[in-house]
Design a protein. Structure first.
Length: 256
């Protein structure tokens, strides 16, 4: 499975999955249709699936136009997003599975950013690592704002993702890494892994290079929103309980 990353809007990424053997493709969170259509034309591929993580416009904005061009494509989304995702035909719950080519993905129900958010995880196969498409739940060095969910939901959601293998590649939907790391450094200044990552990302962004995908093992060491149960984060928030620690951390980030 080949994965193409396409920057759209001001800081979004759309991901195109391509099976070169069968010339089929799927797209994750198409904010816009035109870049997807252009890449499909370059590849000579047929779009068979749209995998949406949640209903926000900057994740579903291209659905309708893509369906005009590929009316047989199937639109997937969370069961609780019924009526909110254009063209949705399949209503997924946590534990469901979806297929693309020879790969099968597990669906995670990860509310918090929205009440209906899901993620798609393709386990590793052969020499290929696991691939996680997590929308706006987990970001590189951060996590999504809580628009419709609660801190308790988000801790539970992130705990599911944190339990995946360290080698998992994380395809989050926004280029927020540098700003997220500035907050992380302020919260966890003695973290040497974090300091090294901050320096690396500064160099990448000066060169206008993408920081996505990230790797889950790196996130576990440097992302404060996956480290609510560590001493530095508990000390920074003056909390110990996982949910209250996370809630205090999220509030600090919202006001940063």
């Amino acid at each position: 499975m080949q994965i193409y990353r396409m920057p759209v809007l001001s800081n979004n990424y759309v991901f195109l999955l391509h099976n070169p053997q069968t010339q089929i493709a799927a797209v994750v969170d198409p904010a816009e249709a035109e870049p997807v259509l252009q890449k499909l034309g370059e590849l000579g591929a047929t779009l068979v699936a749209i995998f949406n993580t949640h209903h926000h416009r900057d994740h579903v904005g291209g659905n309708t136009q893509l369906l005009r061009q590929f009316p047989n494509a199937i639109v997937y989304g969370g069961s609780h997003d019924r009526g909110r995702i254009p063209g949705q035909q399949v209503f997924l719950q946590g534990g469901d599975r979806v297929s693309f080519g020879e790969r099968q993905a597990e669906v995670f129900f990860v509310p918090g950013h929205t009440r209906a958010h899901i993620a798609y995880y393709f386990p590793p196969t052969g020499s290929e690592p696991g691939e996680l498409f997590c929308g706006d739940t987990l970001f590189s060095a951060g996590c999504g704002r809580l628009f419709e969910g609660t801190p308790e939901q988000m801790v539970r959601s992130l705990s599911q993702l944190r339990a995946l293998p360290d080698t998992t590649r994380v395809w989050c939907a926004h280029e927020y890494t540098l700003s997220n790391l500035k907050f992380a450094i302020a919260i966890d200044p003695e973290n040497q892994d974090l300091q090294a990552r901050f320096s690396e990302v500064q160099t990448l962004r000066r060169q206008n290079q993408a920081t996505i995908p990230t790797v889950l093992g790196v996130e576990k060491r440097t992302n404060p929103f996956l480290r609510w149960d560590t001493s530095p984060i508990q000390q920074a928030t003056h909390q110990r309980d996982p949910v209250t620690t996370f809630a205090a951390l999220r509030q600090k980030k919202d006001n940063f």
